[in-house]
Every structure is written in structure tokens, then in C-alpha cells.
Design a binder for this molecule. Structure first.
Ligand code: FES
Length: 101
């Protein structure tokens, strides 16, 4: 969900950015964080907890909780709420402590 209009604030139309999520081409907007782009697409599960494999997602949105960590361009443990989306990024859910490949 994206806020398109607001009674006080103005939002200028932003350029589309294509990126890959779980092997599928999807589209975000310039200025999005990875997390905000995924939430806008209705994707709320970003990772699974290490031990019990419970779903984790967008929580604090300020880089404190690590609930939003994902694998970005092969790099694990990226806090997606603090990372700006770039064209061509490859984003994957993370289900372990994070292993560099
Ligand atoms: S949502 Fe808490 S660190 Fe990203």
C-alpha cells in the first residue's frame, strides 16, 4: 500500500525501479527502501526465525530490531528497512544466520 494523496503533504510521482524478489521481476519506486517496496507489493514475510522458522517482517523500521534482514545481492543480514532500493537488486528471504556464498 502506498499513500498517493494526503491533505497536507505532497508526494511527487517517482520513477519505477525493477528488481528481483525470490526469482521474480517486480517493481518499486525511486526513494523506496527495500522493505517499503516489498510491503507495497503485499510482501510481509522477509525472513524466518533461525530456530522455529517463524515469519519475520517489517517491525521497527529504524534499524534496531533486525526483523527485516534479508539476503541482498548474495549478502546476508541486510537490514532492508535501512537500505535504499536500487535497480537490478536481487532480494531473497533469509532462513538462517546468514551464510556468505
Ligand atoms: S524493521 Fe527493525 S531493523 Fe528493520
Amino acid at each position: 500500500m502506498r499513500i498517493d494523496s494526503h491533505p497536507i503533504l505532497r508526494f511527487e510521482e517517482q520513477e519505477d525501479i525493477e528488481f528481483i524478489f525470490e526469482g521474480k521481476k517486480v517493481v518499486g519506486k525511486m526513494g523506496d527502501t527495500i522493505a517499503s517496496a516489498l510491503v507495497n507489493l503485499g510482501i510481509n514475510v522477509f525472513s524466518l526465525s533461525i530456530k522455529l522458522k517463524r515469519p519475520r517482517g517489517f517491525y521497527c523500521a529504524i534499524g534496531n530490531c533486525s526483523s527485516c534482514k534479508m539476503i541482498v545481492d548474495g549478502k546476508p543480514n541486510v537490514k532492508t528497512c535501512m537500505t535504499k532500493l536500487k535497480a537490478g537488486m536481487v532480494i531473497e528471504r533469509q532462513a538462517d544466520k546468514g551464510v556468505y556464498k
